[in-house]
Design a protein around this ligand. Structure first.
Ligand SMILES: [Zn+2]
Length: 497
């Protein structure tokens, strides 16, 4: 035994233990195929499936059609139409969809794979904990079949997870992995590295592009020169760059070539009279006033909307995370599913932070957050009305009440509260995002030839938007995942891992 192997002895015991385990599996699989550890989470993987008599929202934004049948054949949609017009092959597995609603698989465009672990309040270091186990399953269970990670804390883990999902060894949405946050100084999350120069911004984008990141996100304290450098570097790799901005105003970022803006007006400091170039202003009462005093039909916002649309800059709606900062919103009774998903420690940390928000409301008054949310809803409606590309995601950050999947259900409800029809809200969460990703010929609508990504809801979503909280089966590439089993498999785990 060499010195090297003596030194590595404890590791070699572990490794050989693993090797024995996997050899054992291999030996068994020679005799009879071992069921995949994920197979208990799958409701159906029949090669041909007919979903009959459903109410169908096809993702285009058109009103729903009733008594429709969708035929899935080997991972693709083979036929869509009135039930009476579709011939169902005798080999098909038939799912009766009477009283149910079918949506395209949803595309979440602001979906982190971490959870903010703030330890229950002020004075604790702000850590973000990778949710490699719970987040992908909770997203998929809610019908999110494609997700952009929109700022990564552990890009190595996110990329490994993306590959594991593609290879079928983990359950979750297809991932557009965003590189690490491109932030300046200070930055809020302990694990984020601050950029030091425009050159550093370019090198960071180059480094993560080469390792598989397919999008980037600028964060609040990036300098204008770093932002410009990061945008150019991302574009050189064929990647898009979005931003949760603060130091740089929206119009300035649009002129630099940014592709997407996150959150909306509260992240745009350009209308604050105190604005100085490159400076991120505090989220205080004056900041709230500078947003709520704007008129969506006035020259400032009409000008901004025009600039965004003429430069093809998309907007990502994150209404659920705005609501998370409103004192005592949403009511705790509506968060029972979130409570059962979270670990007891994470749930109690969240309740503590709700207390902090009640005592010290953002913008210094309990009403200001609600007014900012209302203005944001008006802005998003006007942006879309004029032809802007609006997308959505849950942004599971804030004080911890918005989590993967369940947060997207709330976001969908809030889009409808904002005045979008159900069909428009579905399009925001599907075909709009597919268009932004350049994947609109593959995902985002329910039509023949498209990938069979579908969300079956157990109820009438057309007349009751809270039906979004009743996902039953989520098809991804034709495999029908059981939502309840996905959720149960990680109950009490979210927040921890
Ligand atoms: Zn975010």
């Amino acid at each position: 035994m060499s010195i090297l192997s003596l030194r590595t002895f404890p590791f070699s015991v572990m490794l050989s233990g693993l090797a024995v385990a996997s050899l054992g599996q291999y030996a068994v699989s020679q005799a009879a195929p071992t069921p995949s550890p994920l197979s208990s989470l799958i409701r159906t993987n029949a090669p041909v499936v007919a979903l009959t008599h459903v109410t169908l929202f096809d993702g285009s934004g058109e009103p729903p059609k009733h008594d429709q049948t969708v035929l899935v054949d080997h991972g693709k949609i083979a036929a869509v139409g009135p039930t009476s017009s579709i011939t169902i092959p005798p080999t098909a597995s038939v799912l009766d969809g009477h009283g149910k609603t079918l949506l395209p698989g949803l595309i979440g465009m602001h979906e982190h794979l971490f959870y903010i672990s703030a330890g229950g309040g002020v004075g604790h270091p702000l850590l973000a904990t990778e949710q490699a186990e719970s987040a992908p399953r909770l997203y998929l269970a809610a019908g999110i079949t494609t997700a952009r990670t929109t700022g990564s804390i552990e890009p190595v883990a996110d990329l490994a997870l993306k590959n594991a999902i593609e290879q079928g060894t983990q359950a979750g949405p297809d991932l557009d992995v965003t590189g690490p946050y491109l932030d300046g100084r200070p930055n809020m999350i302990l694990q984020n590295q601050s950029l030091t120069s425009p050159e550093d911004a370019r090198e960071t984008v180059d480094y993560w592009s080469k390792r598989g990141a397919t999008s980037f996100k600028a964060y609040m304290f990036i300098t204008p020169a770093e932002l410009k450098s990061a945008i150019d570097a991302a574009h050189a790799h064929g990647a898009k760059l979005t931003g949760h901005l603060c130091s740089v105003g929206f119009t300035e970022a649009i002129e630099m070539g940014i592709d997407n803006l996150e959150h909306g007006l509260s992240a745009d400091t350009e209308f604050d009279p105190r604005k100085k170039p490159g400076v991120c202003l505090p989220a205080d009462a004056q900041a709230a006033r500078s947003v709520t005093q704007l008129d969506v039909h006035g020259p400032e916002l009409q000008g901004l909307i025009h600039t965004m649309i003429s430069h093809h800059v998309a907007l990502t709606s994150t209404l659920a995370i705005y609501e998370d900062f409103e004192p005592d919103q949403p009511p705790l009774e509506s968060l029972q599913a979130t409570k059962s998903a979270l670990s007891p420690t994470s749930w109690s940390d969240f309740l503590n932070l709700r207390g902090v928000i009640r005592e010290h409301p953002r913008y210094q008054s309990p009403e200001a957050m609600a007014q900012v949310l209302k203005k944001e809803m008006e802005f998003e409606r006007e942006f879309q009305r004029q032809g802007g590309l609006l997308m959505a995601g849950c942004d599971p950050t804030g004080i911890g009440g918005v989590i993967a999947g369940y947060g997207d259900q709330r976001e969908m409800e809030l889009l409808v509260n904002a005045g979008f029809s159900q069909a428009e809200a579905v399009a925001i969460y599907s075909s709009h995002a597919a268009k932004y990703l350049g994947r609109e010929s593959i995902i985002g609508t329910v039509a023949p030839g498209m990938q069979a990504d579908l969300l079956l809801l157990n109820g009438d979503f057309e007349h009751e938007v809270s039906t979004i909280r009743k996902p039953e089966i989520v098809f991804k590439k034709g495999i029908g995942w059981d939502s309840a089993k996905l959720q149960a498999s990680v109950a009490g785990v979210a927040g921890q891992r």
